[in-house]
Ligand binder design. Structure first.
Ligand SMILES: [Zn+2]
Length: 232
């Protein structure tokens, strides 16, 4: 376990280029950029340190941390970060995916639509939330339906960019199910767009991942699109 004192040493960051990025939401890689020592500290120490630093942020902003309503906030935020909204950073929280044999030999696509997800924009640390729609065509194995929700939620519970999130879910389903035939569409509202900055509350962002038949067969892709738009 890491000592508390080492935290600041690991926080030396190259600040050049921050301003060029500005409001552009660009991601740098398919993998979430984690350090190798990301999980050397346990959750309890992470909560303790985040709490300390969040208290400092509130103090700098001039808030009175002796106020009954505010004094629990640093701990609440720290616990929420580690145990809830960013719990998907830690591979130990990855859902185990039990597969079943496709005994009934179902050959068509399976679509699970309108999966609710909550994530956070990694550039502003404010929520991204919306619906995910997932499809796959079995190559002999099937997965429990709620596991698809869990996979979507696991990758959502990280600081994210929507493009990466969509690809991470698609690639994970390909790996687990042993099929190339996977599609993911995510339609989301970004609070960094709606509640600040450009303050646009109407726009939403749609990203897609098409692999195998969904990439090459227009009919398969259109069938998927038709299903997910039924309710709209
Ligand atoms: Zn943002």
């Amino acid at each position: 376990m890491k000592q508390k004192e080492t935290l600041l040493n690991t926080m030396e960051i190259d600040h050049t280029g921050f301003e060029e990025l500005g409001e552009e939401h660009v991601g740098t890689s398919l993998e979430t950029p984690l350090r190798e020592d990301a999980f050397e500290m346990d959750d309890e120490l992470k909560i303790e340190l985040i709490e300390k630093h969040f208290r400092e942020i509130m103090h700098i902003m001039g808030l009175d941390l002796n106020d009954d309503s505010l004094k629990g906030t640093p701990h609440r935020v720290a616990k929420m970060y580690v145990k809830e909204v960013f719990s998907g950073l830690n591979p130990k929280n990855k859902p185990a995916s039990k597969l079943f044999e496709n005994k009934y030999n179902y050959k068509e696509m399976l679509v699970e639509k309108d999966i609710t997800f909550f994530s956070h924009c990694e550039h502003h640390f404010v929520p991204i939330y919306g619906k995910a729609h997932v499809a796959y065509i079995s190559k002999g194995q099937v997965i429990g339906l709620s596991k698809i929700n869990r996979i979507v939620q696991y990758f959502s519970k990280r600081p994210q960019v929507q493009e990466r999130l969509t690809m991470q879910i698609g690639n994970e389903l390909k790996d687990i199910l042993g099929t190339e035939d996977v599609a993911v569409i995510m339609d989301a509202d970004h609070m960094c767009v709606s509640s600040r900055g450009i303050n646009d509350t109407n726009s939403s962002t749609v990203t897609s991942f098409y692999s195998g038949k969904f990439e090459h067969d227009e009919q398969a892709r259109n069938e998927f699109l038709k299903y997910i738009h039924l309710k709209k």
